[in-house]
Design a protein around this ligand. Structure first.
Ligand SMILES: [Zn+2]
Length: 75
């Protein structure tokens, strides 16, 4: 009997773990979208106006940000 309970808990645990593990990849949309911009081009931060290299900036909603703080301010 207890084996059955453990099996059910195990299955729920695996499903729960898989669901949690999938979540972080959704928010990890940084520099995937590079239209005509090269990796070392300078782009302007949408929040503070500082110029940063594209490969060091954060891309969110088609806008570039120099840092996580600026991204947080914008959203
Ligand atoms: Zn900034």
């Amino acid at each position: 009997m207890i084996l059955k309970v453990l099996l059910v808990i195990g299955v729920i645990g695996i499903v729960y773990f898989m669901f949690i593990k999938k979540k972080p990849s959704v928010t990890q949309k940084t520099t995937n979208k590079k239209d005509d911009i090269k990796a070392n081009d300078m782009i302007e931060c949408s929040t503070c106006g500082v110029y940063t290299e594209v490969n060091e900036s954060i891309l969110s909603n088609a806008k570039y940000y120099c840092s996580q703080e600026c991204l947080d301010k914008a959203s």
